[in-house]
Design a protein around this ligand. Structure first.
Ligand SMILES: *Cc1c(COP(=O)(O)O)cnc(C)c1O
Length: 226
């Protein structure tokens, strides 16, 4: 099974889930999560029309962005936990950092973006699932962090993101998607938070049914990670 075929299938499933929930398929964007996969696989996806790619590790993003610098309209989404001392490596490449989970990280990203004169899209990562997880702010902190992003000159608040705790039952995961959508409504709705980034290979259809505009799909596009 090749990447182009997988992509076509994933796009079909995305469109079907959107239509099923009364949404316009063009409102949902596929972020192809390429972490651990080689440069050639990313080129294959690019040639099949894919433009948004997700990476989790600062060094890996740095290396891949250098190797693929000829693809000028490729957009990198940083989706991993980001330590402040790694922001410097990520900001030159990322169109969007999806994992902003503290005011201090937002300030450091702004600082790096200012140095480069390059505006950066940001999602506030919220741990809607509770204590089990290491990254993401609490729902109670999300408003303050969003406010900080809005107040920083080189950052653009683009929405909310979540990684629910792993659960084999998609209906359990759906509760977390719903919780993120409800949090958006409480904090200002779609005019303040254009994007909801939620859903992965296992559950992106449920996420779309609950309002996802960015789905982060790795395995279903590139196969198992090495
Ligand atoms: C790896 C990863 C994904 C993709 O996971 P798949 O199950 O392979 O689709 C999505 N989001 C984040 C934050 C990830 O780390």
């Amino acid at each position: 099974m090749d990447v182009a075929t997988n992509l076509a299938r994933a796009r079909q499933r995305i469109a079907a889930a959107a239509v099923r929930s009364g949404r316009d398929p063009s409102d949902v964007r596929l972020v192809a999560v390429s972490k651990t996969h080689p440069i050639e696989a990313i080129r294959e996806a690019y040639e099949a029309g894919q433009r948004d790619f997700g990476e989790n590790y600062a060094q890996e993003l740095n290396d891949k962005a250098a190797a693929l610098a000829d693809l000028a309209d490729l957009r990198w989404h940083f989706i991993g936990h980001l330590q402040r001392n790694k922001a410097r490596m990520v900001v030159p490449h990322a169109a969007m950092v999806e994992t902003v989970d503290s005011v201090r990280l937002a300030e450091e990203l702004d600082h790096q973006a200012r140095r480069l004169g390059r505006a950066l899209g940001c999602l506030v990562q919220v741990n809607v699932g509770g204590e089990e997880q290491k990254s993401g702010c609490t729902p109670g902190e999300a408003g303050e962090i969003a406010g900080a992003v809005e107040s920083l000159e080189w950052l653009k608040l683009a929405g909310l993101m979540t990684i629910p705790p792993f659960d084999l039952d998609p209906e359990e995961t759906r509760k977390h998607f719903r919780a993120l959508a409800a949090l958006r409504e409480r904090l200002g709705g779609v005019t303040r938070f254009a994007h909801l980034s939620m859903g992965m290979s296992q559950d992106f259809e449920a996420a779309i049914e609950e309002g996802a505009t960015l789905v982060r799909v790795g395995t279903a596009v590139f196969g198992d990670r090495v």
